[in-house]
Design a protein around this ligand. Structure first.
Ligand code: RIB
Length: 308
């Protein structure tokens, strides 16, 4: 059990079933793949693990089924010293699963079957209210019901906790939810879906980020994969290049970034330092096969980019 959690993550837990294939099959075709593996996943749990490996004391809030996958996912979090008191067991739905198709260039396609994640309700958030109020940073994504995400972020924001929303998978967001968000993190596809604006060029991406910021969050980050990121905050616009690495598996790279960013904010790092450390963590994660198993420790990040 960690010290009093400084990072509370509200979100999904999935068992990832990873298929490696030379290409996608066409309809009606049977294709021989090149590999199969399972790993602990789910955007919420991934972000919790990424934050914990950066040294943060983390609590995970979410829901699994009463089954072997659920038990394994919760145990994996505890191995990373994450408090799982707020991970409930559902007797009606199975643990979430994700089928990940991984291509030779490291890119992936994912289908999520939410299961118990979709039975994590605002009432469950209320049960964990103390954890949320006492955290320094609260982090959510969109693989749990929107009402639950809104309830959690509103509660945390109202208590003065810094709130981070990773709006993935993208879906329309209401102004009440966005008003409770301090940091909004999206990729360029999610930025386009949330704003209805094109994000094909740097100028368009910046315009979309400004549009998102006008809806409430004071800090907006658009992650751009190998092209780095764009950050817009009260002090203006910051573009950061990404560390150059060879990608093996990009699954969970965004989650590694968000979790490491949350840990940096909880540590009180300056914004540029927090963003840079998160970028290095995500870059290291893509050099390895797997989801949570690929996420680096703080020591590995500091070897790659020594702390200044
Ligand atoms: O972001 C990657 C994650 O998305 C995977 O771990 C999968 O479970 C889905 O939630």
């Amino acid at each position: 059990m960690p010290a009093s959690p400084t990072v509370a993550v509200i979100g999904s837990l999935n068992m990832d079933l990873r298929v490696q294939t030379p290409r996608l099959p066409v309809p009606g075709e049977t294709l021989i793949g090149t590999g199969f593996s399972t790993d602990s996943g789910g955007k919420g749990a991934n972000q919790a693990v990424a934050a914990a490996r950066m040294g943060a004391a983390v609590a995970m809030l979410g829901r699994v089924g009463r089954d072997a996958h659920g038990a394994a996912l919760a145990q994996a979090l505890r191995t990373d010293d994450i408090d799982t008191t707020g991970v409930g067991e559902d007797t009606e739905a199975p643990t979430g699963t994700a089928v990940i198709v991984l291509m030779p260039d490291g890119e992936n396609s994912i289908i999520v079957i939410p299961g118990a994640n979709h039975r994590y309700t605002p009432a469950h958030v209320t049960d964990s209210a103390e954890v949320l109020r006492n955290a320094k940073v609260a982090v959510a994504q969109l693989e749990c019901p929107l009402d639950t995400v809104r309830a959690a972020l509103t509660l945390a924001h109202g208590a003065g906790v810094c709130t981070v929303l990773n709006a993935a998978p993208a879906q329309p967001l209401d102004d009440a939810l966005l008003a409770a968000v301090d940091w909004l993190v999206v990729n360029e596809i999610e930025a386009a879906m949330l704003t209805g604006l094109p994000t094909d060029t740097p100028v368009q991406i910046e315009a979309a980020a400004h549009a998102l910021r006008r809806r409430g969050p004071s800090q907006v980050v658009v992650t751009l994969g190998a092209a780095g990121l764009l950050h817009i905050g009260p002090d203006g616009v910051l573009a950061l290049p990404a560390p150059r690495v060879t990608a093996v598996d990009t699954t969970g790279a965004g989650d590694t970034f968000v979790g490491a960013l949350a840990a940096g904010l909880a540590d009180g790092l300056q914004i540029t330092a927090a963003l840079t450390r998160a970028q290095v963590a995500a870059a290291l994660a893509v050099t390895r096969l797997g989801t949570q198993s690929a996420m680096p420790t703080r020591a590995e990040v500091e070897v790659f980019a020594p702390a200044s």
